[in-house]
Write a protein that binds this ligand. Structure first.
Ligand code: MN
Length: 261
């Protein structure tokens, strides 16, 4: 790992310009930021404290039937991940109906219901057998997607961030501490639009379990407390329009409801 002293020595030897060093030195002072930036938090059931969100990871194509509908081969190819910005979180309390604005630039706004795992600790290269030790709890979430933009960018071999990582693209219910729910390895997950069931599956049909997702993610990134992982959606994703009401269900958690406005 590069430490500050070796970086200083290396750049002095190379006669390197100083911006990176200056930024690093500056970060170590107690200087106040010029303005405050909000920390995203999610309420925790039964707790006065909230869960601070560090990063939002999402796994793609994690149910075989969904992988097929997205045009890929659902054989066990390595999982892939993307991120949403932390402030894409839109918290919706149980019993409430969150108002989710139809986003700009799209004509094909899709729902994806997903189990979300919230981490209390992390690390690098976490073995699968230890992976679930890092889970603090679980929530029910929606990975809202501008499908036309996601597809269009994918077709052009460009990053599909604009299709996934936009404002309020991550509605989520409260986090349920593990002690109250246990781990989620099976159980019915479903989504209805205006009372008509659209998605219905069981968590046991995930290609990569939450434990495997944590292990695989930790090979690519150092996971930390505050990271949350959207664990993928089952088949039958589809569009919503303004006025539609989405109700998500996961066995063992309260429903998550969102209205498109
Ligand atoms: Mn998804």
């Amino acid at each position: 790992m590069i430490n500050r002293r070796s970086l200083l020595a290396a750049s002095a030897a190379a006669g390197a310009a100083a911006p990176a060093l200056f930024a690093e030195a500056h970060a170590q002072t107690a200087a106040k930021p010029i303005f405050q930036v909000a920390q995203t938090t999610i309420p925790i059931v039964g707790m006065a404290e909230t869960f601070p969100v560090r990063r939002i990871y999402c796994i793609g194509r994690n149910y075989a039937a969904h992988a097929r509908e997205m045009g890929s081969d659902p054989t066990r190819e390595p999982p892939f991940f993307f991120q949403k910005p932390t402030d894409a979180i839109q918290y919706v309390a149980p019993g409430a109906v969150g108002e989710n604005p139809y986003p700009s630039l799209t004509k094909n706004y899709h729902y994806e219901v997903e189990l979300v795992a919230a981490l209390k600790s992390g690390g690098r290269d976490i073995p699968m057998e230890k992976a679930l030790d890092h889970v603090y709890g679980y929530a029910l979430g929606l990975d809202m997607t501008r499908r036309d933009l996601q597809r269009g960018m994918g077709d052009q071999k460009k990053p599909w961030e604009i299709g996934k990582s936009f404002d309020k693209s991550a509605p989520i219910g409260p986090i349920h501490p593990l002690a109250k729910t246990g781990h989620f390895t099976k159980g019915a997950i479903s989504l209805a639009v205006n009372g008509n069931e659209k998605q219905k599956a069981d968590l046991q049909f995930m290609i990569w379990s939450v434990a495997e997702q944590i292990a695989k993610l930790s090979e690519a990134f150092e996971l930390m407390a505050g990271d949350i992982i959207y664990s993928g959606t089952p088949e039958n994703v589809g569009p919503v329009v303004v006025g539609d009401v989405i109700v998500c269900k996961l066995e063992g958690l309260p429903d998550l409801s969102v209205k498109i406005i």
